[in-house]
Design a protein around this ligand. Structure first.
Ligand SMILES: NC(=O)c1ccc[n+]([C@@H]2O[C@H](COP(=O)([O-])OP(=O)(O)OC[C@H]3O[C@@H](n4cnc5c(N)ncnc54)[C@H](O)[C@@H]3O)[C@@H](O)[C@H]2O)c1
Length: 338
């Protein structure tokens, strides 16, 4: 049976998703939504999309859509996703899934109430190298993970437009890039829950009302602690986006560059394990990662299976982001309940 998929937004990442969807068998690129007709028409022409609508509500009223990919500015994610879920249309929503954990919770509730699936596009979970690192952690090669250190940092660059306006984006570098590193840490650790969060967040490099710099410490319910750095316009990054290191009792696993360092304290030995991936990637955001993400979303729809990362995982990430902003505002550690 053909799965009919629609796109809200026709900008940068919507095109990446449409390219991924176009490669899948049994998928019809049925509709696109944007209030800007030029952008929408160009998108429809490029990807052979049949129908165009100015709003998600008009599209839903038209019917004939099984799933919606929400790739609009962050302030629209919750309302567009909830409208679709209430119409029984499955949703894959871009990160950050919402402006706040409260909005994320309403999205999860709508999916449950109306029996529609909600996936959050935390794309690094579909990256081959991230999956390799996760397998090493699961197999116990580095032992119990004690701490992680990860980054979501742009050097000498940052986005413009709606990304830098609080009322449209919710937050700045922490909401945009920090959430990648937060989700990557959670994925590699096996989705622990946050017990408490401490953060320092500020704006130091540009004039806008969102943050460009953040350092976050998260205590997890499995006893590990994660340090996450987020930034735009930074003078330096220790690693590429979502670059993460996990320090275990028997070694260290690194994502970007990807490999292991295994240690034996008693024998004073160190062994380096090459992952086989190139030390520097040609493309840091390969289309293949988004292809795998889209294929998984469609598989979940066809099998009626709850996606992971779904609303539940995205919601936890939003709780951490909210707690980080609160901690930075108050100077206190924020208890998140675990
Ligand atoms: N996972 C990733 O790698 C990744 C990369 C980039 C962006 N993103 C996320 O994707 C989302 C979109 O980012 P982008 O870079 O594609 O932004 P963008 O500005 O390129 O695209 C946003 C699109 O939404 C459209 N839009 C605005 N208001 C609308 C409305 N009311 N209805 C329908 N469409 C509307 C705009 O016209 C534009 O086509 C953001 O949440 C961002 O954080 C994720």
């Amino acid at each position: 049976m053909t799965t009919r998929i629609a796109f809200a937004g026709s900008g940068y990442i919507a095109k990446v998703h449409a390219r991924a969807a176009g490669k899948l068998a049994g998928l019809e690129l049925a509709a696109v939504v944007n209030h800007r007709p030029e952008s929408m028409t160009a998108f429809a022409t490029e990807f052979g999309v049949t129908r165009q609508y100015a709003t998600v509500d008009e599209m839903l009223a038209g019917g004939g859509v099984d799933a919606l990919v929400v790739s609009t500015p962050n302030y629209l994610h919750a309302s567009q996703a909830i409208a679709a879920l209430e119409a029984g249309v499955h949703v894959m929503v871009e990160k950050p899934m919402a402006m706040s954990a409260a909005e994320a919770s309403a999205m999860v509730a709508a999916g449950q109430r109306f029996g529609a699936l909600l996936m959050v596009a935390h794309c690094w979970r579909f990256d081959q190298e991230a999956r390799w690192v996760r397998e090493q952690v699961v197999s116990g090669r580095i032992g119990e993970v004690v701490r992680t250190k990860g980054y979501g940092v742009h050097v000498n660059w940052g986005p413009g437009g709606w990304f830098t306006q609080k009322r449209l984006a919710g937050g700045g570098a922490v909401a945009d890039m920090g959430i990648h590193a937060i989700d990557t840490a959670r994925f590699l650790l096996g989705d622990p829950r946050p017990v408490s969060v401490y953060a320092r967040i500020g704006t130091y490099y540009q004039e806008f009302d969102v943050d460009d710099t953040g350092v976050i410490a998260v205590n997890w319910d499995n006893g590990a602690v994660s340090i996450v750095e987020a930034g735009w316009w930074q003078p330096h990054a220790d690693g590429a986006t979502a670059s993460t290191r996990l320090y275990g009792r028997r070694g260290m696993a690194s994502l970007f560059p990807t490999g292991l360092v295994l240690t034996d304290a008693r024998k004073q030995q160190i062994e380096r394990v090459d992952s086989g991936f190139p030390a520097v990637r040609k493309e840091h955001y390969p289309q293949a990662m988004y292809d795998a993400q889209m294929a998984y979303f469609v598989d979940c729809i066809r099998a009626n299976q709850t996606p992971v990362p779904g609303g539940a995982e995205g919601w936890v990430n939003m709780q951490i982001v909210d707690a980080a902003y609160e901690s930075s505002r108050t100077g206190a550690v924020v208890e998140t309940g675990g």
